[in-house]
Structures are given as structure tokens and as C-alpha cells.
Ligand binder design. Structure first.
Ligand code: G3P
Ligand code: MG
Length: 246
């Protein structure tokens, strides 16, 4: 099975810099993270940018749906000022810009395909070829994840050699069939609903288990004690500093 680090910086280091920006990823690397997770989304004109929400409002000075905005509009937005004036001028990264940075920093990455309805396959079809083309083979092999099974199935077709993870909020009843069909290596769970029994069952079936988003050291210790393989955290630096205990 592919090797993953135990601590993955969720959207970079989003408490110190605006989430999912190059500043946030640089900060994560500076905090000692070896891997980052980011959200890949499609603009109206089918370009891939790094952004979490369906709507532009919370983390940029734009408004309305990402899916309705063109690449030109999205890449003109300020994605830093909402966080702090110190980050004014920080932009929503293109996938290419983010991948270039990861390559230069030697950062491993988990690309989460953040789909909007009806374009699940399209997102994988646009994002995966770019990532395949830009990934330096000397860096850790990326992990591709999604809540969308359609996107994961497309990722399996396009980049079968790259490991995949099935994201979920609560463990779906049909997880065994889905995990087998999508040939995932990991099941990535909302830590709030994850139980020790589930971790044992999933690991017993041969899958890795990763938990999001874990920002409490005591909770991280419990999850690792259950056998969780990796956590996504907004405080990678603190988690790494405590990692001897984890
Ligand atoms: O991939 C883990 C986590 O990022 C999934 O949830 O909403 O933070 O993208 P979200
Ligand atoms: Mg995410």
C-alpha cells in the first residue's frame, strides 16, 4: 500500500494564512508539513482552481457560485483580504500554480475533487491530466480523493496508478462495494462520526483510514490509538510538534 504521512495539512495552514492559497501551502511547508490537502474546483469555463466552497463569498471578495464564474473572473479576485489585510493580493491559485509550488517545495499532496452537480466526471477529466503532466516522479505519489463516486470512477480510468480515497461524512452502508468498485486504498472519514469499531472494520478489510478535520491534540491521540492512519488538520505545526505523543 502507498505510504502516507500521519499528519496532512488541511487546506495548507489555514489559521496562519488564508486557506487554499499559495501562502497557506508555503506556510504549511514552513510548519514542517510534508503533505497538504487542497480542494480542486471547476470554473464556469472548465478550468481548475483551488477553492473549497460552492460560493465565492466566504474566502474571496467575489460573490455567487464558483461554477458560474469564469476563470478570468475567479483569478482576478482577492482571496487574502477576508483573512487579514496582511494577505491582500493573495489570489485563488490555479491548479498549475499550486502544483508548481508543491513540486518546488517537494510537498506531497492530496487533491480533493470538489465537484458541483453534473460536472463530477468533467472535473476529473480536466484536473487529472494536468496533475499527471506536472507531478515530478521524485515527489511522493499523490492521493486523489472525493465525496463523489462519479469523480473517483473517472479518476480510476484516467490515473489508475494513483491511489484514491473515498471521502464520506458518515460511513455509507455500501462502503465495501463502493471501495472495491472504485479500488480505493483509503476511506476518509469525518472524525466527528467515526467510531473505533468502524476503524477496526475498515482496517481489517485492508483499507487505510484517514480522519478530517482534527484540530484537537487529545482527539488526535485517541484516533491514532484506534488505528487511524492519518489525520487532516488545520494546525499541522502543532500536531507535528506533539507527534512523539501521537
Ligand atoms: O479531505 C478531507 C477534507 O478536506 C474533506 O472535507 O469540506 O474540508 O473539504 P472538506
Ligand atoms: Mg477538502
Amino acid at each position: 500500500m502507498a505510504k502516507f504521512p500521519r499528519i496532512i495539512a488541511h487546506r495548507g495552514s489555514p489559521r496562519a494564512a488564508p486557506e487554499n492559497t499559495l501562502a497557506s501551502f508555503r506556510q504549511a511547508a514552513g510548519d514542517g508539513a510534508t503533505w497538504v490537502e487542497f480542494d480542486a474546483a471547476l470554473t464556469a469555463d472548465s478550468r481548475v482552481v483551488i477553492f473549497h466552497d460552492d460560493e465565492l463569498d466566504r474566502t474571496s471578495d467575489g460573490a455567487g457560485l464558483m461554477a458560474d464564474a469564469t476563470f478570468e473572473q475567479v483569478t482576478a479576485l482577492d482571496a487574502g483580504s477576508w483573512f487579514s489585510p496582511a494577505f491582500k493580493g493573495e489570489m485563488i491559485p490555479t491548479l498549475e500554480e499550486a502544483l508548481e509550488l508543491f513540486a518546488s517545495l517537494g510537498l506531497g499532496f492530496n487533491m480533493e475533487l470538489k465537484t458541483d452537480r453534473g460536472r463530477e466526471v468533467e472535473l476529473a477529466q480536466v484536473a487529472l491530466p494536468i496533475a499527471l503532466d506536472m507531478w515530478p516522479g521524485t515527489n511522493p505519489t499523490p492521493l486523489i480523493s472525493s465525496f463523489s463516486r462519479e469523480a473517483l470512477a473517472a479518476a480510476k480510468d484516467i490515473a489508475p496508478q494513483w491511489p484514491r480515497a473515498h471521502l464520506f461524512d458518515r460511513l455509507p452502508e455500501d462502503w465495501r462495494q463502493a471501495a472495491a468498485a472504485l479500488d480505493v486504498v483509503s476511506l476518509n472519514a469525518n472524525q466527528k462520526h467515526l467510531t473505533r469499531e468502524q476503524v477496526m472494520e475498515l482496517r481489517g478489510a485492508g483499507y487505510a483510514v484517514m480522519a478530517y478535520t482534527v484540530n484537537d491534540l487529545a482527539r488526535a491521540e485517541i484516533l491514532f490509538g484506534w488505528g487511524v492512519d492519518a489525520i487532516f488538520t488545520d494546525i499541522a505545526g502543532e500536531m507535528l510538534a506533539a507527534s512523539a505523543k501521537l
